[in-house]
Ligand binder design. Structure first.
Ligand code: HEC
Length: 155
């Protein structure tokens, strides 16, 4: 192994440790703020997707691909944005219900359902397959309410 490779590997290991340390050091307030802004972004992503999926806007994969990528990313990041201790007991205002931690497997499955639905639509958009894209929309729409219903306080 060259000296350069060793340096690169050492730097890579350090940055992984830094990420882990930062995640552990994250306060409940920071997690709550992070997930609320990620969720707002999901609302923005849906605004780009809905008109195209419903046929109110012309078929244009480029208009929906970034939004779908964002939804896949958010779904993957969702469990980590709800660390233990970041519920109402933290004293910070949050709409996340205790069920997020009490029924963790279901919560993670709900996040995965969003990721799978967004991924299927993303693949269809990248393949310029309008019918498949539109066919995937019901599942994506359901995935938001499918998690809010059991895991978010009524607004
Ligand atoms: C795996 C569960 C889950 C999925 C999937 C999910 N959400 Fe959420 N969402 C939540 C929870 C829990 C909250 C409350 C977060 C808090 O207040 O700490 C929330 C909050 C929100 C909010 C309010 C954010 C704010 O300003 O406080 C919006 C908007 C939102 N979600 C949109 C969406 C959209 C759109 C989708 C689908 C593309 C979606 N969510 C999918 C669990 C989910």
């Amino acid at each position: 192994m060259t000296r350069l490779t060793m340096t690169i590997l050492a730097l890579a290991a350090t940055s992984v440790l830094t990420d882990v340390a930062q995640a552990l050091a994250q306060t409940p307030a920071a997690s709550i703020e992070q997930r609320q802004s990620a969720m707002k972004m999901s609302g923005t992503s849906m605004k780009a997707i809905v008109p195209v999926a419903r046929g109110d806007a012309a078929w244009n994969p480029a208009a929906v691909i970034p939004a779908l990528e964002k939804l896949v990313e958010t779904a993957t990041a969702t469990p980590a944005m709800f660390p233990p201790g970041s519920g109402a007991e933290s004293g910070v205002k949050t709409a996340a219900l205790g069920a997020v931690w009490e029924k963790r497997a279901e919560f993670e499955a709900a996040a995965k359902a969003q990721g799978d639905a967004a991924r299927a639509m993303l693949d269809a958009a990248r393949a310029n397959d309008e019918a498949r894209f539109k066919g995937g929309f019901a599942a994506l729409g359901r995935s938001c309410g499918g998690c809010h219903e059991p895991f978010r306080a009524k607004q």
